[in-house]
Design a binder for this molecule. Structure first.
Ligand code: ZN
Ligand code: ZN
Length: 104
């Protein structure tokens, strides 16, 4: 047996109550973490030299903050040259509904 229960922090006890504390809500941390990761469509618009440059990327992240960070980094790489001065940034985050394939 490997891993730990995310509910009680004791050793993994899949399918049975925890022998140490009787916890019956066993959750595998890894499974939990992967389930929380979802796909986001991040649209970023950079205002550079009086025009908007838009880029759209798909990122996998655990939450809105993570998605924003990843999306911003990625779109910046795609849309901008290094040291290009950005006057304004607009970020749009759209969570993609989890497909059955992803949930498995
Ligand atoms: Zn437990
Ligand atoms: Zn326990």
């Amino acid at each position: 047996m490997k891993g730990f229960c995310a509910s009680c922090k004791h050793r993994a006890h899949p399918g049975v109550d925890c022998p140490k504390c009787g916890c019956c809500r066993y959750k595998d941390r890894k499974v939990l973490r992967e389930a929380r990761q979802r796909t986001w469509i991040v649209t970023a618009a950079f205002f550079v030299r009086n025009r908007w440059i838009e880029r759209e990327v798909r990122v996998k992240a655990g939450g809105q903050g993570g998605a924003a960070l990843k999306g911003l980094t990625l779109t910046k790489q795609l849309a901008l040259r290094p040291l290009q001065r950005v006057q304004q940034v607009k970020l749009t985050l759209i969570p993609v509904p989890q497909s059955r394939k992803e949930a498995q």
